[in-house]
Write a protein that binds this ligand. Structure first.
Ligand code: ZN
Length: 429
């Protein structure tokens, strides 16, 4: 039943053993702040700290930070802000213990993003949104993203980690190929006379992004399947910056962290927005969330990692030694002083992302749609592997399964049926 951990760099069971061995299941203290300067009023944020969760092994809390940068209106951003978290939580089976809950998150995020997109599109409203969605459970940070807002981490050790993908067509060749092979066209705006301007866009529609929630009028190959990255911080913590493209078009991650060093989170968020607007002017909605994840013993002054001389060079020299290396604490259990990667996956393919090869497959119920969670009768579910290129020898009981409606959605996302299932065929030729 438990995860085999074969796809994880560090199995959670090892991490938990370490914590138990050190007898400090200490949880970090979080502080956060946000700032925004609005041009179009299409950026929205979700800040939920201290969400309570009753588990088989007690009550714990987690925190959620979301950034939704809407386009062509704000309906999709508002809808995602209001529904995405519930859709993600709804895809996590009940009765999991803490490490199972954390390992179930990457898959539940995929299901929650797709369900939110599908439900929103059924409301037949235009508009779309990027989503950068961050769940913090203890020292584990899980980030799911579609679009071009970004989440970056600076560890207390001074290293910078990119926790989100960039789904801009301009800088993502893999996504351009996926879209063209699913029936979309990628090119620049043609002003007539052969002059092409601006970034690469997807046609019809002219969207610059390859993934988003909403955008039903663009085409279903603009998929809501998120890139997901999960890391565990060292017990020294770190700082997260979650910002819309208004910030990243003006500032590099290094400059963003440098400009607000030693400031508390709320002042840091304001400073980053101020710097970005100074550089580029207020050309777009510019929103920033800063989250400090710190050891409980020193909640105050904000972390101020030393500026590194040569990146990574001195790291091993400064690695702290366990001060009391008792004989029963083997090296397997020593607390590492680095950020550890637990999970990373960015494929746009639902069958890959919901496949049984992922560690917690057995915890998902057989007769429930893996995306929308409706019950399906035995025999009526469609295996996620149907139609996949390298489909193994399939048996009728090989899950996970989709309901017929989610199977239609999956085929549309893969370009195997007309976008919108023919509902919007008039005028599209
Ligand atoms: Zn379904």
């Amino acid at each position: 039943m438990l995860s085999k951990g074969e796809h994880q760099t560090v199995p959670l069971s090892v991490l938990l053993k370490r914590e138990l061995a050190n007898e400090k299941v200490e949880r970090p203290e979080l502080s956060h702040g946000q700032a925004s300067q609005s041009k179009k009023g299409e950026d929205f944020t979700l800040l939920k700290t201290e969400c309570q969760r009753v588990l088989g092994d007690g009550i714990t809390t987690y925190s959620v930070f979301g950034l939704f940068d809407g386009h062509n209106g704000s309906a999709a951003a508002i809808y995602s802000k209001e529904n995405l978290l519930n859709n993600v939580l709804g895809a996590i089976p009940a009765d999991l213990n803490r490490d199972e809950w954390v390992s179930a998150l990457p898959r539940a995020l995929v299901a929650g993003f797709v369900k939110t997109d599908k439900d929103f599109q059924e409301r037949a409203q235009t508009s779309g949104t990027t989503v950068t969605f961050v769940i913090i459970e203890g020292w584990v940070v899980t980030v799911a993203s579609v679009g071009d807002s970004r989440c970056v981490l600076e560890s207390a050790e001074g290293d910078i980690y990119y926790l989100s993908a960039d789904h801009r067509l301009e800088c993502n060749e893999e996504e351009r190929e996926r879209i063209t092979s699913s029936g979309g066209e990628v090119g620049r705006l043609n002003t007539g006379g052969g002059t092409e301007i601006g970034p690469l866009r997807c046609w019809p529609g002219g969207l610059c992004l390859s993934r988003s929630i909403g955008d039903m009028d663009v085409g279903e190959f603009i998929v809501p399947v998120p890139y997901v990255k999960q890391v565990k911080l060292s017990s020294a913590g770190g700082r997260l910056i979650i910002s819309s493209d208004g910030v990243w078009d003006a500032l590099s991650a290094e400059v963003a962290f440098d400009c607000c060093r030693v400031m508390p989170a709320d002042a840091a968020a304001s400073q980053i927005v101020k710097e970005a607007v100074q550089v580029k002017g207020l050309r777009d909605d510019t929103t920033c969330i800063v989250v400090d994840i710190q050891p409980p013993e020193k909640p105050n002054p904000p972390l101020a990692p030393l500026k590194k001389q040569g990146k990574g060079v001195f790291k091993s020299m400064f690695r702290k030694k366990p001060s009391e290396s008792s004989s029963h604490t083997g090296k397997e259990f020593s607390e590492p002083d680095v950020v550890e990667e637990l999970f990373e996956e960015g494929s746009a393919s639902l069958s890959e992302r919901l496949d049984t090869k992922y560690p917690v497959c057995n915890m998902f119920k057989l007769f429930v749609c893996a995306v929308c969670q409706v019950e399906i009768k035995p025999g009526e579910g469609i295996s996620i592997h149907v139609g996949s290129k390298n489909s193994r020898k399939l048996r009728p009981w090989d899950g996970p399964f989709l309901c017929s409606s989610c199977q239609e959605k999956k085929e549309a996302m893969e370009g195997k049926r007309p976008s919108g299932d023919g509902r919007y065929s008039s005028g599209s030729d």
